[in-house]
Ligand binder design. Structure first.
Ligand code: USQ
Length: 382
C-alpha cells in the first residue's frame, strides 16, 4: 500500500513509518515540527537529541534501502495539503498530526486555541483531501481512550447499544474527556463520523491509551533512529517519566491518590495495531473503532513496578504522592473492552521486568542530560 503518515516526525509517527516500510509498504512522511517548536516554547528538551526528519530518512535509507518522501509544511493550510495529496496519492492515511499533550492544552488560552485550531483543522483538511484526491483511501486516525473518561459502566469499543422506552439504537459510546486536548479528539471523532455518514469515507479511529517505551526492531539498528523521549510534565507520558525519575533519584510523582487507571501499551504494539488496522481496512461508509491498549494499571501500580525493578538494579527509588495538578477521578471503576485488535492478530508485548530494566539501563546512559526542573512544573487544570 501507499501510506501517507501525517505527523511522521512524532514519538509514534517516526517509528510507525520505519515499521511499515519493512512490511512492504511505500511510505511518505509529513510534519511541521510542531512538537519540536512547542518543546522549545515551553523550555523542555527530550532526553537526547534526534536528527530532523530529512536526516532520519537518510539514515534509515542507508540502513534499510527504503526511501521515504518527506513533506515539511502546515497541514492546516489547504495549499500544502493539496500539494502533498497530489504528489503522493495514498491508499491509506495515518493521521497522527495533532498537538498531543493534555497538559499543554491546559496551559493558557493561547495553547488551548492552538490545540483546537491545529487538531480540528488538520482533521477537516484530511477529510476534504481524501474526498477530493483519494475517496477510496482508508484513514486511520489516532484517537484516545481519554475520549471516554472514567464512566461508572464498562467501556465498549466505540459504540453503545441503547434501549430507551422500549426502542433500541446504536450510538457512539458517551464521551466525557478530562482535558481540552482529549476533547479535541472527541470533536475529531464527531467530524469523522459525520463525513463517514455523509460521504461514505472509510475510517478507523484508534482509541489509544498512554504509550511507553522507545525501542522497536527498527530503532534497534541505530540509536539515531530512536523516537523523541520526553520526560517533562508536558510532553512525557507517565511511565516514561517514572523511569527517568527513578534514574535521576527524583521521587516518582504519583498525582494524588494514584488510583487513576488507564489502558497502557508498549510502543511496539502501537506500530502493530496501526499496521493491522491498515492491512484490514474499514468498509466504505464505516467508522470502525478499536480500543488500543494491552493492559490496565493504576498509577500506583506503575510506580511500584518501577520502584521494584529500579531497586533491583541498585537505584534507591522513592514514591511521593504529590498534589494532583489535574482534575480527574483518583479512584474509579475502569473496565474497557479491547478485543478488536486482538482479533486482528495483535500479539501484545506486556510490561515485564525485562522491558523496564532495558529502559532504565538506557536512561542511565543518558543520566547527565536529565534536568530535574523539567520534571514537575504543576500545570494546573483549575
Ligand atoms: N500521572 C501521574 N504522574 C505523572 C504523570 C501522570 O500520576 O507524573 C497520571 C495522570 O494524572 C493520569 C495518568 O497518569 O491520570 C496518565 O497520564 P499521562 O500524562 O501519561 O497521559 P495523558 O495526559 O492522559 O495523555 C497521554 C498522551 C496522549 C494520549 C493519552 C491516552 O500524552 O496523547 O492520548 O495518553 S489516555 O490517557 O488513555 O487518554
Amino acid at each position: 500500500m501507499r501510506i501517507l503518515i501525517l505527523g511522521g516526525d512524532g514519538y509514534l509517527g517516526w517509528p510507525t513509518a520505519m515499521h511499515l516500510t519493512t512490511k512492504g509498504h511505500e511510505v511518505a512522511v509529513v510534519d511541521n515540527y510542531l512538537r519540536r517548536r512547542l518543546c522549545r516554547e515551553v523550555n523542555v528538551d527530550p532526553l537526547f537529541e534526534v536528527p530532523n526528519l530529512h536526516q532520519r530518512c537518510t539514515i534509515w535509507e542507508s540502513i534499510s534501502g527504503y526511501q521515504m518522501p518527506v513533506f515539511i509544511g502546515e497541514l492546516t493550510e489547504w495549499e500544502f495539503v493539496k500539494e502533498v495529496f497530489r504528489s503522493f496519492t495514498p491508499d491509506a492515511i495515518v493521521h497522527y498530526a495533532e498537538q498531543p499533550s493534555a497538559p499543554y492544552s491546559m496551559l493558557n488560552r493561547r495553547a488551548a486555541s492552538l490545540t483546537l485550531q491545529n487538531n480540528l483543522t488538520v482533521t477537516a483538511n484530511v477529510i476534504f483531501a481524501v474526498r477530493e484526491y483519494c475517496p477510496q483511501a482508508h484513514s486511520v486516525k489516532l484517537g484516545t481512550m481519554g475520549e471516554y473518561g472514567t464512566p461508572k459502566i464498562d467501556i465498549e469499543e466505540g459504540w453503545l447499544e441503547v434501549e430507551h422506552k422500549g426502542r433500541r439504537h446504536k450510538f457512539l459510546y458517551p464521551r466525557q474527556a478530562g482535558s481540552l486536548y482529549h476533547t479535541t479528539k472527541i470533536m475529531d471523532t464527531d467530524l469523522l463520523w459525520f463525513y463517514v455518514r455523509t460521504w461514505g469515507l472509510r475510517v478507523t479511529d484508534l482509541m489509544q491509551g498512554p504509550v511507553y517505551g522507545l525501542f522497536t526492531d527498527e530503532t534497534d539498528q541505530n540509536n539515531r533512529l530512536l523516537p523523541f523521549f520526553n520526560y517533562d510534565e508536558i510532553f512525557g507520558t507517565v511511565l516514561n517519566r517514572f523511569v527517568v525519575q527513578a534514574v535521576a533519584g527524583y521521587p516518582l510523582t504519583v498525582y494524588g491518590k494514584g488510583g487513576q487507571t488507564r489502558g497502557y501499551l508498549n510502543i511496539r504494539d502501537t506500530l502493530n495495531c496501526v499496521r493491522l488496522s491498515l492491512e484490514n481496512p474499514a468498509e466504505k461508509g464505516e467508522l470502525r473503532i478499536f480500543n488500543q491498549f494491552t493492559e490496565t494499571f493504576s498509577v500506583n501500580a506503575l510506580a511500584k513496578k518501577v520502584r521494584a525493578v529500579g531497586n533491583s538494579m541498585g537505584l534507591r527509588v522513592q514514591i511521593e504522592h504529590v498534589e494532583n495538578p489535574r482534575i480527574e477521578a483518583e479512584e474509579h471503576y475502569y473496565n474497557p473492552t479491547h478485543t478488536g485488535l486482538l482479533e486482528l492478530g495483535l500479539e501484545p508485548h506486556y510490561l515485564t521486568e525485562d522491558t523496564l530494566s532495558r529502559m532504565i539501563d538506557f536512561v542511565m546512559a543518558h543520566k547527565g542530560r536529565i534536568q530535574n526542573e523539567q520534571i514537575f512544573r504543576k500545570v494546573k487544570w483549575a
